[in-house]
Ligand binder design. Structure first.
Ligand code: SF4
Length: 347
């Protein structure tokens, strides 16, 4: 095995040369030490208030300014109604991320969070990617600190990990030119962590990036985590290939996807959870990934607009019962968690 203390990209990219089972065993040892045979999931609801966006990310199938012909803006009443019905079905985490809609006023965001939190005070709001924070910063000339404080004061409990894509500057120029750059993505999370709050980190892989870009991305997340300890989970997001302008023809094999998840587990000993997000991987591969370093599968979601626009089979979410059945059937112990990974019920 290569020297894992040599944190150069040149050295660590050699991990991809190991066979899947060597990597899987190594990742599974770390996972078993941390989480034994548990697979975490939660009762969550995704809400995407609008798909109208000023940005032009080439990989995006969600924005109405790309290949999606159906622009929408949810009203506050619609958002509240969706929140209420999901709450009544047991959802306690509300994952609220939007396209960068130029029609929204600054207060629109905070008013929504505040209103939801006042009505349902025992929920967790996970909202505003660093890309959205950067969008507000540019549009309304507010500092990151000011925006993050307004998020905190209006009831946001944690930040999702979206908008990280791939940190490499040249690849970012090609796939998401104009959106938050990598230094600022990391800076926004760093400020949030230093305010005492948690977030997640993602990596979009399987498009035009190289294995070296993935390793470098993971190492930058590791570096920030060493400083702040604020990331709850790392989520390698598989690129969805339909309805976008990126024109990718070579997709990673299942083996390469599993290797990427295993390598994430091996290279991020300082992040407690690796999520195999079923909405991008599909449920079957997400379950297999639990044997290759992942320990979380995400949740019920209920309604999913972003990955499903790109071809993922996730539009309607999954029921709690289905998740429990499938996790058990794969030989693991399903554990319902809250948004901070506190265990609620083991099945
Ligand atoms: S990925 Fe987000 S920021 Fe980029 S075009 Fe799509 S909705 Fe807009």
């Amino acid at each position: 095995m290569i020297d894992l203390d040599d944190l150069s990209v040149k050295n660590l990219v050699k991990l991809y040369d190991y066979d899947l089972f060597t990597l899987g065993n190594l990742a599974d040892d770390i996972r078993q030490n941390l989480h034994k045979n548990k697979v975490y999931f939660n009762m969550n609801r995704h809400i995407n208030p609008s798909n109208i966006c000023v940005d032009i990310c080439k990989f995006c199938a969600f924005s109405s300014h790309r290949k999606n012909p159906n622009p929408y803006e949810m009203t506050k009443e619609e958002i509240l109604s969706d929140t209420k019905s999901a709450y009544e079905r047991g959802a306690r985490e509300f994952h609220i991320v939007s396209a960068h809609n130029p029609n929204y006023l600054y207060e629109w965001y905070f008013d929504i969070f505040r209103t939801i939190k006042q009505k349902f005070n025992d929920i967790h709001i996970k909202a505003m990617t660093a890309a959205e924070v950067d969008f507000l910063h540019r549009k309304f000339n507010k500092s990151y600190e000011m925006i993050l404080n307004d998020m905190k004061d209006s009831g946001v409990d944690s930040m999702p990990g979206g908008g990280a894509e791939i940190f490499d500057k040249e690849i970012r120029e090609k796939i998401c030119k104009g959106k938050v750059d990598s230094d600022n993505w990391l800076k926004i999370h760093s400020i949030w962590h230093n305010m005492g709050y948690k977030s997640n980190a993602t990596m979009l892989f399987g498009h035009i990036e190289s294995k070296e870009h993935r390793i470098s991305h993971i190492l930058r997340i590791r570096e920030l985590q060493d400083k702040t300890g604020g990331f709850n989970a790392f989520i390698p997001l598989l690129y969805q290939k339909q309805n976008n302008f990126l024109n990718v023809n070579n997709f990673p094999s299942g083996i390469e996807i599993l290797k990427t998840i295993a390598i994430s587990r091996i290279l991020l000993p300082n992040i407690p959870n690796i999520k195999a997000y079923w909405a991008t991987l599909g449920l079957n591969l997400a379950l297999v990934a639990q044997e290759f370093g992942a320990n979380d599968i995400d949740g019920t979601i209920e309604k999913e607009n972003i990955q499903s626009a790109g071809g993922a089979n996730s539009k309607k979410g999954l029921s709690k019962e289905e998740l429990i059945f499938q996790i058990k059937d794969a030989g693991f112990v399903p554990v319902l968690r809250d948004s901070m990974y506190n265990e609620l019920t083991s099945f």
